[in-house]
Design a protein around this ligand. Sequence first.
Ligand code: SF4
Length: 190
Amino acid sequence: MGITRRNFLKGSAAVGAAGAIALKGEPSKAQLKAPELRTKGLQRTTTICPYCAVGCGLVVDTKKGKVVNIEGDTVHPINKGSLCSKGSALIQVANNELRLGKVLYRAPKSDKWEEKSWDWAIGRIARLMKETRDRNFVSQEEVNGQTYTVNRNDGMAMIGAAALDNEECYLLGKFARAMGVGYLEHQARI
Ligand code: SF4
């Protein structure tokens, strides 16, 4: 006997009903053997992808302080769980033996890298920034015979990255203006 459209629909309805009954009943043997989620019992933290200005939400699972899984945050309004290829590979940033975990410094004209402390690095960055600011600071400018107070530092520029949140961008903006920096940008605008 050939299958008519009516028979096919009846059969589909019967299979669907049987499936619905099975779902409501006791779990099957196959369901009981289903493996547990690999993230079960881990510490879950939400955060934002550091790569680009889209700002996708992430869920990071850690075990004893080590990142063991990163995936898209399904309730995040921007990405709703999806991630691009870069975001999907983020665990390789967290766990990577090639990642630099200490300060390396190469002095001018040297061909060697020296290991330095974080305090040394921060002190050096602060000193060089201060020197650059002092060297390039313009307090007044004359335009059409009129003198204006400008307090401007033309020797420095600053740029915010996508990894910065609103509050960090606010602080960076305040800091830049305190240094007289006018060339202030953010990656999201470029
Ligand atoms: S997952 Fe991709 S699109 Fe989303 S913020 Fe990261 S890099 Fe940008």
